[in-house]
Design a protein around this ligand. Structure first.
Ligand code: SAM
Length: 272
């Protein structure tokens, strides 16, 4: 076998039947069965033999085969122990893949990268399970264990840490079993430095979270009701007015730049 064999629906079905595999909904298992999508993912990641790739949730090893062909080394973390014997089979031709049977949110990724790649950056390529997309992405960016589940606005956090690019939209029929919603291939290229200047990152994310926790409320009410923010309403309203926004503005309509300005202003008011 010199080319990836999975990705072709027939081969995927054969493997699933051979091992009497039952999909586990709780693990967000929707396996890719479209070679074009797989090729797009590999090419968008620009993987070379100099790269080590971390794959989250290899499933039966479909994308892992493509990654093993392109990368120098692949570490794949899979939570479902029933998939481990299958991965041993589908990846038997590759000596540059290491499968780790664990919950990715519990793996010491920093330690793994240090040990396996001498601390040099790795590329993360994954068809993520929907139910933990946010903690996985935030954990990777923050680099200190699993991220908070409730970022309120994942898109704002993503913009703060990376340059996001939509590579392709992927319809449900590219997966087995078919999910109810469409998916997208997203490339996140980490910024060398954040695009906005923030006096206190944690404070800005506290503000973003407080703004989105109470979606139906105005931004001013959302922030003044928050124990974490703990500032008088007139101080908050004044800071919002400085952005050129009216009293009825909602958190959803603020950009990252506006949240950064608001956060710096309120941090000043807080007396640090
Ligand atoms: N990469 C495969 C593919 O594209 O066909 C499977 C993708 S499927 C959407 C998500 C995979 O992540 C499943 O194999 C699932 O068992 C695994 N998974 C779910 N939760 C996980 C966790 N906390 N840690 C590691 N793997 C997990």
């Amino acid at each position: 076998m010199s080319k990836p064999t999975l990705g072709n629906p027939q081969n995927t079905i054969e493997i699933l039947q051979k091992y009497h595999f039952n999909f586990q909904k709780k693990f967000g298992q929707n396996f890719l069965i479209d070679t074009h999508v797989l090729e797009k993912i590999i090419s968008a990641a620009g993987i070379t033999k100099d790269d080590m790739v971390l794959e989250i949730g290899p499933g039966i090893g479909t994308m892992t085969q493509y990654l093993a062909e392109a990368a120098g080394k692949v570490a794949a973390v899979e939570i479902d122990k029933n998939l481990i014997p299958i991965l041993e089979d589908t990846l038997s031709e590759y000596d540059n893949v290491m499968v780790i049977n664990d919950d990715v949110l519990k793996v010491d990724i920093r330690g793994l990268v240090e040990k396996e790649n001498g601390g040099r950056p790795v590329k993360v390529v994954a068809n993520l399970p929907y139910y933990i997309t946010t903690p996985i992405i935030m954990g990777l960016f923050e680099g200190n264990g699993p991220g908070n589940k409730d970022y309120g606005a994942l898109s704002l956090a993503v913009q703060y840490y990376a340059d996001p690019y939509i590579v392709a939209n992927v319809p449900p029929n590219c997966f087995m079993p078919r999910p109810k919603v469409g998916s997208a291939v997203i490339r996140l290229t980490r910024h060398a430095a954040p695009p906005v200047k923030v006096d206190n990152e944690k404070w800005m994310f506290d503000i973003i979270r407080a703004s989105f926790n109470q979606r139906r409320k105005t931004l001013a009410n959302g922030l003044s009701n928050s124990d974490k923010i703990d500032l008088p309403k007139d101080v908050i309203t004044e800071a919002i007015a400085k952005l050129g926004k009216g009293e009825s503005v909602r958190g959803e309509s603020l950009s990252l730049e506006e949240f950064a300005a608001l956060s710096n202003d309120l941090w000043e008011k807080k007396g640090r």
